[in-house]
Write a protein that binds this ligand. Structure first.
Ligand SMILES: [Zn+2]
Length: 261
């Protein structure tokens, strides 16, 4: 199984990282993708990826931190982009729920990082909350730079929007939220072909049921894959194999790395 989005360097997990990654190996969780949010987490993500066979990294500025996006950050991205364990630009996007950075700055930083990802041949991992319309407008405006794949992390939009993005060939990662009782997950997954689905935990956040409210770890990924198997009316082994194939299709550097071993 695969966890395509988490934050092992978060203070809630940082002191247990080695144990968690050893437990992942023992429990058949093949690899995880540690996502960047700001300068420090980008440095930490790449360091984790470079020192652990079963960790890959993204580079990028979260919409919350858009206000600290500057030349120094771009120069660091540029350096890291050549690292074979760096597999995407993320998590980038718009968050109008928390509004921790000015919306106009969020939009500019999102658009710029789309261009950078294209320059380096990397896919995008998106974080979008309460801003699907504006996010779509930016993606449309940057269409000529969308050549390496788009992943909607922790997708929380409507079924209609899911259909629109799925029709554009985008991927969707689902985590703990799909196990919550009130989620409209059947309507959403009905719009998304099974070959566009990925699994994630977003650890240490978003623990799935029945662990909701606790600190999340990648060891909970089987709960997500089981729920996706149920939603796609298949068995866990088939769903797991499908997710692995999807993940390696989107994140081509992971496929290259595994083939080179
Ligand atoms: Zn995240």
């Amino acid at each position: 199984m695969i966890d395509s989005h988490l934050h092992l360097d978060d203070p809630k997990l940082a002191d247990q990282t080695e144990q968690i990654l050893a437990d992942c190996r023992a429990q058949g969780i093949e690899f995880v993708i540690n996502n960047s949010c700001d300068y420090d987490s980008m440095v930490n993500s790449v360091k984790l990826a470079d020192t652990h066979d079963n960790v890959f990294a993204t580079i990028g500025m979260h919409p919350h931190d858009s206000k600290s996006f500057d030349d120094k950050f771009v120069a660091a991205m540029e350096r890291y982009a050549a690292d074979p364990k760096v597999v995407a630009v993320g998590e980038i996007g718009l968050d109008y729920y928390y509004d921790l950075s000015d919306r106009a700055i969020q939009r500019d930083v999102f658009a710029e990082q789309i261009e950078l990802a294209d320059k380096w041949g990397l896919p995008l991992t998106l974080h979008v909350r309460d801003a699907y319309g504006d996010a779509w407008d930016i993606l449309r405006a940057q269409k000529k730079h969308l050549n390496h794949g788009v992943l909607w992390h922790c997708y929380s939009g409507s079924a209609e929007f899911a259909r629109q993005a799925a029709n554009a060939g985008h991927y969707f990662a689902f985590g703990g939220a799909i196990t919550f009782k009130n989620a409209r997950k059947e309507d959403v997954t009905a719009q998304i072909p099974v070959d566009r689905v990925l699994s994630e935990t977003d650890s240490p956040y978003m623990s799935p049921e029945p662990l909701r409210g606790r600190v999340n770890t990648p060891l909970n990924i089987p709960l997500i894959v089981a729920k996706l198997a149920q939603l796609y009316q298949t068995d866990v082994a088939t769903m797991d194999a499908r997710i692995r194939k999807n993940t390696l299709t989107l994140f081509t550097r992971i496929a290259d790395y595994l083939n080179s071993k």
